[in-house]
Design a protein around this ligand. Structure first.
Ligand SMILES: [Fe+2]
Length: 454
């Protein structure tokens, strides 16, 4: 290695968060398209670590990962085939061709030309473009989620009545919301088993890192940066990184958060069952509190007027009893969980106040509200479900059963989030020997058990 001293040695000695993981991703990309240094690259002490014009392969990565670079790696390399306005617009065309329901909604509401214009006029910053390209290459399945989230965020913002500037901000924030994942250990990002608290904290940091990427490389507005940080915050307080409740989340943060949830459900859960975006209405009903009433109303209007009929009618007409049995089983589990929540509130009331406990109480109260507002777990509903067993269902009853299936599935997701939040809070309580806390932990374990698929 040539020891040469950079003229910029003292200019920027600040740490570049997660650059090692990003360098590793770049080396991965380099296997199929050239990743080349655009100038000599120095470490923070001014030592040359990579010569201009060199390819960033695995052996170069092994060298540079040991160094703290003077400047961020992204600004010092070029990636062959980096996305630009035209290729990004092409990606969105492909996306709408894949998710025809989204295309039909955009066209029925006559919003496609406006959204196409926003995509075409987006002055994408070179570093942002590079990171999106690396994301597409390294996380191809999540990349469609990034695009779909960006399109939906713009669509919801537009139906909500936001200005053209705010619609563009919603689009940019959603498009860049997950770039921070490139700076987190891929073993954590890919992990399918439950994350431990340290891994969970690392994953949550992608919100902040995504904001830092945009803050340092583009002229993104404060609203965009805030929406990126808030895109996993939820009104019931179970979101992250700050666990903000209700109105504390900005309008764009709520829109991008909802778009993120919708794309995850559409791609992750609905694709398999051949469901479409209009089938999300029962799921959204459960989420009304999480994203604010105004945003909830906008998205319901978008789905009702979008020209895509829900597949729930087909589901109702099947009437084969399988859905009914699944719904009844799910209902019984949730009823059990709901009674845990009541007991939990009782135990929490007897414990000494601390910040963690205050938070647990607030979360439990919000979750109880979500469960109550869903109207699912009433005694009458339980009786009605038992009465349905063994009968030939009328189409309208079949439809209710199918809607319940979707609502139960969403409630289970939210309760799993509650369980994660309890776990995190338990890990922050120093005195974990008190009998009440032990009882709480036991209850949280039972909650998990009740939610496990059998
Ligand atoms: Fe995210």
């Amino acid at each position: 290695m040539v020891e040469a001293v950079s003229p910029h040695a003292s200019v920027n000695s600040q740490a570049h968060h997660g650059d090692e993981h990003y360098a590793n991703h770049l080396a991965g990309v380099n296997e199929t398209r050239a990743v080349v240094s655009t100038g000599d690259i120095y470490n923070e002490r001014g030592v040359l670590v990579m010569k201009a014009g060199a390819r960033l392969d695995k052996s170069v990565y092994a060298k540079i990962k040991k160094h703290q670079l003077a400047e961020s790696l992204a600004s010092q390399v070029s990636v062959d085939g980096t996305l630009n306005r035209d290729t990004l617009a092409e990606e969105f065309r492909r996306l709408l061709g894949t998710y025809l329901d989204v295309q039909i909604i955009s066209e029925t509401l006559k919003l496609r030309p406006e959204l196409d214009a926003i995509v075409r006029s987006y002055a994408i910053n070179p570093v942002t473009a590079q990171k999106l390209t690396v994301f597409k290459h390294q996380y191809p399945q999540s990349f469609d989620g990034v695009l779909l989230g960006a399109w939906l965020a713009a669509l919801i913002a537009r139906v909500h009545g936001c200005s053209r500037g705010d619609v563009t901000d919603a689009f940019v924030a959603a498009l860049c919301r997950d770039l921070g994942l490139l700076h987190i250990d891929p073993a954590i990002v890919h992990k399918t088993e439950e994350l431990n608290p340290a891994e969970w904290r690392a994953l949550q940091s992608h919100t902040i890192v995504s904001k830092m990427i945009l803050q340092s490389t583009s002229s993104a507005s404060g609203d965009v940066l805030r929406a990126i940080v808030e895109h996993h915050e939820r009104g019931h307080g179970l979101g992250y990184p700050a666990g903000i409740f209700g109105d504390g989340i900005s309008l764009l943060g709520r829109i991008v958060g909802l778009a993120d949830t919708m794309q995850a459900v559409r791609i992750g859960r609905f694709e398999r069952d051949k469901r479409n975006l209009a089938d999300m209405m029962p799921t959204l009903n459960i989420n009304a509190l999480n994203f604010g009433d105004d945003v909830y109303r906008a998205v319901m209007e978008m789905l009702r007027g979008g020209g895509v009929p829900p597949t729930l009618d087909e589901c109702a007409q099947r009437g084969d009893g399988t859905t009914l049995s699944a719904v009844e089983g799910g209902w019984q589990k949730l009823a059990k969980v709901s009674s845990f929540l009541e007991t939990l509130t009782g135990v929490l009331g007897t414990m000494q106040e601390s910040d963690a406990l205050k938070r647990m109480k607030a979360i439990t109260k919000q979750i109880e509200t979500v469960v109550t507002r869903s109207g699912l777990l009433t005694e009458e509903m339980g009786q009605w479900l038992s009465q349905c067993q063994g009968k030939t269902l009328a189409p309208e009853d079949g439809r209710v059963i199918c809607e319940m299936e979707l609502m139960i599935s969403e409630l289970k997701w939210q309760l799993r989030d509650a369980r994660k939040a309890y776990d995190q809070l338990f890990s922050t309580i120093k005195d974990n020997t008190s009998p009440a806390l032990k009882a709480l932990q036991k209850m949280a374990d039972e909650l998990s058990h009740a939610l496990d698929p059998q």
